[in-house]
Design a protein around this ligand. Structure first.
Ligand code: FES
Ligand SMILES: [Fe+2]
Length: 376
């Protein structure tokens, strides 16, 4: 069944997958205006550990400063050198050009001020551009918008879910990066429906799903975040045993859907998914330009897997061998598909709109939320 006509109009008038002007507006309104999932606290265990990430055109440094996570735009207020030049490392907040240093609030101190006297020529204390920082478990979020709600209010019930999963996931067994030649919204659209699983993932995801497709169950979330689960086929005996085991290894498995593919879209740039809690995949999307998006994928198992008895380890190691190519292959299949959509959109007659079927209702929800935020 096709969803009603009012939904279809969105695609013609308000969604844009190419324009540099719209991309700039998205950066201001969405990527700098909302809470953006920038990385993981477990990557910054020690004082002065840092990493760099792009949020829109801004390079952001995220650093452990005396146990507190801080985020600043990676540019010196003196004459605009980058503060850090390596993508990650351990280094004080010091600009390499003239050695201005910065405290935890990003306020500058000048070498030689006390003895040689060389204060800045204009008034006020120069400081780094500071981002708001908050965490949900192991996930670090940043936001440049002072009037955005707190992360707690922004994520609502999803915050506890992210906390539970990300803190239970101490054992990382796969990570990879790729680049998709498609607009970030094409990719998000694709993550919010299962209709394509039959055709795009015939060897990977399709064996896990029931035919006909089960109804997606929407889970509580605050727009524009989206949380859903879809029941899967019952696995074989080994998998069922593994599922029970992994369920037990989480602190509070009650909050996790155990017989399903569960997916949380933390708007605008992070999705977290799992199949029966066997492993947890974190997909971060970094929009580079209207037609290019970087993808960073990290996959964890509950940390208790690594700490458990050797027989459990053997089962898990066997599982890992199968799971590694599975996740990579799915991401590749989706990349090819999204690039084909991006190409197709270029040739689309102006009057055409997407024809959504019921199973794509969450795509419509995302698009409506997007339009609402862009017009706010
Ligand atoms: S540019 Fe940073 S100290 Fe001069
Ligand atoms: Fe897919």
């Amino acid at each position: 069944m096709i969803i009603d006509k009012r939904e279809r109009a969105l695609d013609i008038h308000e969604l844009d997958y190419f324009s540099p002007e719209i991309f700039e507006k998205e950066i201001t309104k969405i990527f700098h205006g909302s809470w953006y999932a920038i990385g993981f606290a477990s990557d910054l265990p020690n004082h002065n550990d840092f990493f760099l990430e792009h949020v829109g055109h801004k390079e952001v440094l995220v650093q452990n400063v005396n146990g507190e996570i801080r985020a600043f735009t990676n540019v010196c207020p003196h004459r605009f050198s980058a503060i850090h030049t390596e993508p990650r490392g351990n280094r004080a907040l010091v600009c390499p050009y003239h050695l201005w240093s910065f405290n935890a609030e990003g306020v500058a101190r000048f070498p030689g001020t006390a003895d040689a006297g060389c204060p800045p020529s204009s008034g006020g204390s120069p400081r780094l551009e500071a981002w708001r920082v908050a965490t949900a478990g192991n996930v670090i979020y940043v936001c440049l918008n002072p009037s955005a709600p707190s992360l707690e209010d922004y994520l609502g019930p999803s915050r506890q879910w992210i906390e539970e999963i990300s803190l239970g996931c101490g054992y990382e067994f796969k990570s990879f990066q790729s680049e998709i030649q498609a607009n970030w919204k094409v990719i998000i659209n694709n993550t919010l429906e299962f209709y394509h699983a039959y055709s795009v993932h015939p060897q990977t995801f399709r064996p896990l799903i029931n035919a006909p497709l089960q109804k997606i169950k929407a889970l509580p979330s605050i727009p524009p975040n989206i949380h859903y689960a879809m029941p899967l086929k019952e696995g074989d005996a080994t998998m069922a045993r593994l599922d029970k085991l992994f369920g037990r290894l989480l602190k509070q498995p009650a909050g996790i859907e155990m017989d399903a593919y569960e997916h949380l879209y933390s708007f605008p740039n992070l999705t977290i998914g799992h199949v029966n809690a066997r492993s947890f995949s974190f997909f971060q999307y970094e929009p580079v330009s209207p037609e290019r998006t970087k993808l960073k994928v990290r996959v964890w198992m509950p940390s208790a897997v690594a700490e458990n008895s050797s027989s459990i380890k053997v089962i898990c190691e066997d599982f890992e061998v199968k799971l590694r190519p599975f996740i990579f292959d799915i991401a590749e299949e989706d990349r090819v598909t999204c690039e084909a959509v991006q190409r197709g959109l270029k040739s689309k007659p102006k009057q055409w709109a997407s024809r959504f079927i019921e199973d794509e209702a969450l795509v419509v929800r995302f698009q409506k939320d997007y339009v609402r935020l862009m017009n706010s």
